[in-house]
Design a protein around this ligand. Sequence first.
Ligand code: MCA
Ligand code: AMP
Length: 502
Amino acid sequence: MGNPLFDRLFGRHIGKTSTFLILPDGSRLSHGRFLKLAARYAHALAELGLKAGDRVALQVEKSPNALAVYAACAQSGLVFLPLNTAYTAHEVDYFVSNSGAGLLIGDPEKAGNLSDVASRYGAKFLTMDESGNGSLAAKAAGKPEEFETVERTEDDLAAILYTSGTTGRSKGAMLSQRNLLSNAEVLCSEWRFDENDVLLHALPIFHTHGLFVGTNISLLAGGAMIFLPKLDVDALIKWMPTATTMMGVPTFYTRLLGDARFTKELTKSMRLFVSGSAPLLAETHRRFFDRTGHKILERYGMTETNMNTSNPYDGDRRPGTVGLPLPGVEVKVCDSEGNDLPRGEIGTLEVRGDNVFQGYWQMPEKTREELRENGFFITGDLAQQSEDGYVTIVGRAKDLVISGGFNIYPKEVEEALDTQDGVLESAVIGVPHPDLGEATVGIIVAKPGFTPDLDSIQLNLGNRLARFKQPRKLILIEALPRNTMGKVQKAALRETYKDLFA
Ligand code: MCA
Ligand code: AMP
């Protein structure tokens, strides 16, 4: 039976001396050595009593060691649950409690708060810093460098990734081995990845983009990754001549274009630039082409579905569109009942295929609301499909802001604002931002007779919400604009404040 995810992504590379990771100091880690590290971690996890199907939550800085925990989970049949490093202990508390994780691995600098979180829910706690050191490394030291792979099927869960919702708390998207493998295989082939590719990897590895798109494709192809801790334009410019491909959110491309050292000459070795996670302005696409001669390949996906559509590798990469449905992925533009609309009309995008997740962890009602019995997932994105099949995302039916590729659900921020001293109610909106695409603004109405202190509100939010979710600006107004039904008119607010960051 084997373990399809581990065998196909990792197992094939056991013992190989080919380069897997190129690190910022120029050192290299081979596939073989990486997998020995992963095997030692797998022994350490087994010693903790973790068994196939148990959840392992990880909130640590990006490093080869953090990635080796992903490989160790795959080899042990454990469900990998990566968390954004920006999340506060308050946010992590919810993920550990909701997922019933058996282990939380966290940064030693946050050990105080995080070990409290773990012990509150009976989870074990280990540490890992940005160099890979900590109590997990200590536990794994001296362990065998081979581990007997735990048998799994493609239907078994490989990962849970939390995604926020328009109402209430975050939902854990359950991704099976098949979900991840089928998508990695399609993308690897569509984007022509092979063992000669070197991916410039500066995305975080706690989201689909950097983990399942970037990393899984590289593993499947047997290529290498230049593994940078975060987006740093100097580092991208330094390493670009060593790379063949790069994946980024639109901010990667606007920041590169903002640097005069980024020239056509610098991109000579590159064969592909991929953008996703947020809309890439057609203007950015054109400016990038004018500067480098490369047409950025834009694709579209979600945590729940991995990638759904992509502009073609060969053929017309149309600026402002997210391309064509990927092989094996059905895409339709529908009315609210799920009935197909004629080509060219705007409606909600629904998708079906092996890429579509298994539902939300222990939330059957939420699953039923978004995943139809016929297998179509309601994305909440508004789209239009051209006669020849190209999909354009024209907006969102869901109240969501995407800032620098991170999703912010206004509802969660509004709930935090509404509990602040002197606040009667609030509305959080996204407005255009030259660097992040969109940035959030918190509009506040005071309780009669109160003058809320905006600085202390910002400070208080810091204990509760990850920094990227905190509004870039708070504004006090007399009353929120409402329609006759009493619903806050966010479109009117967005119009009023559209030039705030221009
Ligand atoms: C950092 N900050 C942000 C963001 N990132 N604020 C709003 N939005 C953000 N995205 C804040 C920090 O808290 C800090 O605040 C200040 O901005 C500078 O922080 P720094 O770490 O220096 O920021 P940066 O390194 O410049 O990061 C910006 C970034 C990064 C490069 C855009 O956020 C990033 O790598 N984003 C990629 C996200 C991603 O991978 N998304 C994929 C999701 P202060 O100065 O106040 O302390 S997967 C997905 O969406 C689907 C499935 C798909 O299709 O891929
Ligand atoms: P996430 O919750 O991180 O899975 O974010 C998924 C959402 O990101 C999608 O529902 C879209 O709204 C958005 N998204 C991803 N890729 C693109 C893209 N290329 N263009 C526009 N929106 C995108």
